[in-house]
Design a protein around this ligand. Sequence first.
Ligand SMILES: [Ca+2]
Ligand SMILES: [Ca+2]
Length: 153
Amino acid sequence: MDCTDRDGMKFVCKSRSFAQTCTSRACYRFIPTTESQWLAQSECEDLGGSLASIRSEEESKAVKAYLDQFSKSAVWTAGSDKDTEDDWYWQSDDEKVKIPDDLTDWGDSQPNNEGYGEDCMVMAPPEWKWNDVDCYEDHAYLCEVPNVNAITG
Ligand SMILES: [Ca+2]
Ligand SMILES: [Ca+2]
């Protein structure tokens, strides 16, 4: 495995079978298969995690640097306002965490709930800003798993 230390706070590891980037909370892994948000969420759960959430500036920076390397198109995150319009949460089977206003990173004029409604969040190139899209669109996705190697305490 080839791990490169970057900025002292994140690293990118490459091996034959996977690449991921880790922060103190979670490790993120890009999956190029395109599916609906619902299917992407269940695939991430099969990997022992969930769709990605961004809980801090550190995580935002790490994920963007990682996506620059591995993805050329929009990726699903766990972001959703499907329960209440304009009320955005990181949502998985286990967890529903409100996204604080000071951590949002929406693209210009997003979220706009276009067409018949858009209740699921992607991060879109070139700057990986957030956009709400139809949950049944097919996109590649970003999973997160807990960082079990993080030094705690
Ligand atoms: Ca919506
Ligand atoms: Ca939108």
